[in-house]
Design a protein around this ligand. Structure first.
Ligand code: BTN
Length: 214
């Protein structure tokens, strides 16, 4: 696949830089983001020391891409001896705290796969209960990650979903979705969407933020 890495020092968001570049297989990496974005318009703290990047890919199935990216982050951490789990769809957790997040945005014919990994950056006091980091050199993580991502992207849907199941920590748990719907996370379907059992009914959840309730 031969990713081309473009390195920036301080940017608003790597997603915005990627929109201007729009070339397949380019990886935009920044030392710092001043306006890093999380899912649902949330802020994403992106100080020096962490890995903030956007991988520009041709549009195929952006939900599957985010699952593949989450698996690749978990596998990369594992290759450095760190055990991580995935909360549906793609929050990467270490002992229940978030170490990495993924934001896929469609733009023209492309998917901008934004990936943030807390490495040697500070975690702000206000999110210390929820977020964590690992002490891995950014360049080493990046190169290992891109190799693993490339392998993951070659796989077909069934194999991606099988890999996801290997790292997930969601199924069987009581969860809320966007703090509204409560149920038991029963399964993922053939497209990677969540099957939530709510009062005996099975609901298909295509997007949302899960919270573990027990
Ligand atoms: C989430 O879990 O809410 C997604 C976080 C995604 C953060 C990354 S950091 C690189 C890229 N640029 C951004 O502004 N956001 C993504």
């Amino acid at each position: 696949m031969n990713f081309e890495i473009l390195h920036f020092s301080s940017v608003s968001s790597t997603q915005e830089i990627a929109k201007m570049i729009l070339r397949e297989n380019v990886v935009v990496v920044a030392d710092e983001q001043r306006e890093g974005r999380g899912r649902k318009g949330r802020r994403w703290f992106s100080p020096y020391g962490g890995l903030w990047m956007t991988v520009i890919l041709k549009d195929f199935n952006s939900h599957l891409l985010t699952l593949a990216a989450g698996i690749a982050v978990a596998k990369t951490l594992e290759s450095f001896g760190v055990k991580a789990k995935i909360k549906w769809p793609n929050d990467i957790l270490i002992e229940g705290k978030k170490v990495a997040g993924i934001l896929a945005e469609k733009h023209k014919d492309f998917v901008l796969l934004g990936i943030g990994v807390n490495l040697e950056n500070e975690i702000p006091e206000e999110i210390k209960d929820l977020a964590t980091n690992v002490s891995i050199k950014r360049e080493e993580f990046l190169l290992a990650f891109l190799e693993i991502l490339e392998e993951e992207l070659k796989k077909d849907k069934e194999d991606i979903l099988e890999d996801w199941r290997e790292y997930e920590c969601t199924l069987g748990k009581k969860v809320s979705v966007d703090d509204e719907l409560v149920g038991i996370a029963r399964d993922i379907d053939d497209d990677g969407f969540l099957i939530l059992e709510v009062n005996g009914r099975r609901e298909r959840i295509t997007a949302g933020t899960l919270r573990f309730l027990e």
